[in-house]
Write a protein that binds this ligand. Structure first.
Ligand code: GUN
Length: 278
């Protein structure tokens, strides 16, 4: 029988720990304030931004919401980021992605002060992670590490395979598993003999962005499988990158979708806001 890794419960536990910390800091007169910027009204982004605001309110973090129109220019957005960088009372700045096509995403992410980059997307923070210096870490892969640790799954010395190489998930995931002394392989859509490699994994993290891509044929008996994907299937039901029904009976532990990695991203964003650069 496999262990179902409960991301909802673990994220709630993290948020409750943070809430307690924030209450103590407030008693000493310290306030935490995060700016959340959304440009345009992409419905999925609106849901994410709303959830981030709700999590801030729950934990006791002040959130400044900037809901800017689709026509906002790059210069205007850069201007706002400049102002927020300069405001001492703002400790975190988050620009919800994706941005409208006429705005250069890279230019925007580079403009955020790395010391306020709670998403961990600025090249300075990405670089710090890769050389083991303190810095903000991308929230989703940081959440995966917490899921493993808080489920009693050891990483040290394990064969870890990351399927996917995005800047937000795959690459920082590999760095974090390495930092935990895992033996890490990164594979992707162009990898040859993919199944041979994924079948070596004691811990398989899937972030390939294709619904139900991983079936039992990709997984070693008794492996731990973490599914970062989230999609809607033809019946409007949520599913991940892993075919859960097919894979779960072959694992020792697995995350469901929904209720696995998803809730961890916001919990780790809150953690970044509260803990600052670590
Ligand atoms: N869009 C999808 N995921 C994320 C995220 O983690 N942070 C931001 N800023 N935008 C996103």
């Amino acid at each position: 029988m496999y262990q179902l890794i409960d991301g909802k419960a673990i994220s709630q536990q993290i948020k409750d720990e943070l809430k307690e910390k924030v209450e103590k800091r407030k008693a000493q007169g310290e306030e935490i304030c995060m700016a959340v910027i959304q440009v345009g009204s992409d419905p999925a982004s609106s849901v994410y931004v709303n959830n981030k605001k709700k999590a801030c309110a729950y934990i006791g973090i002040q959130s400044l919401a900037y809901e800017l129109p689709e026509e906002t220019t790059e210069e205007e957005l850069l201007g706002l980021i400049g102002e927020l960088n300069a405001k001492e009372e703002v400790s975190g700045i988050l620009v919800q992605l994706p941005l409208p096509g006429h705005i250069n995403e890279e230019k925007i992410l580079l403009a955020i002060d790395p010391a306020k980059d709670v998403d961990g997307f600025h090249p300075v923070n990405v670089g710090n992670l890769s050389i083991g210096r303190p810095g903000y870490v991308s929230c989703t892969p940081a959440g995966v590490i917490q899921l493993l640790k808080r489920s009693g799954i050891e990483i040290e010395g394990k064969e870890c395979v990351v399927l996917g190489r995005s800047n937000i998930v795959g690459k920082p995931m590999a760095m974090l598993l390495l930092r935990e002394n895992g033996t890490v392989t990164v594979c992707h859509s162009r990898t040859k003999n993919l199944k041979e490699i994924t079948k070596r994994a004691d811990i398989l993290v899937v972030a390939i962005g294709k619904p139900k891509f991983v079936d039992a044929g990709y997984v070693k008996e008794g492996a731990v499988v973490i599914d970062v994907g989230i999609h809607r299937n033809e019946n409007n039901k949520l599913c991940g990158d892993v075919d859960f029904e097919d894979v779960a009976p072959h694992t020792s532990a697995i995350t469901p979708v929904p209720g696995g990695v998803g809730p961890m991203t916001i919990a780790m964003l809150m953690n970044n806001c509260v803990e600052g650069v670590k």
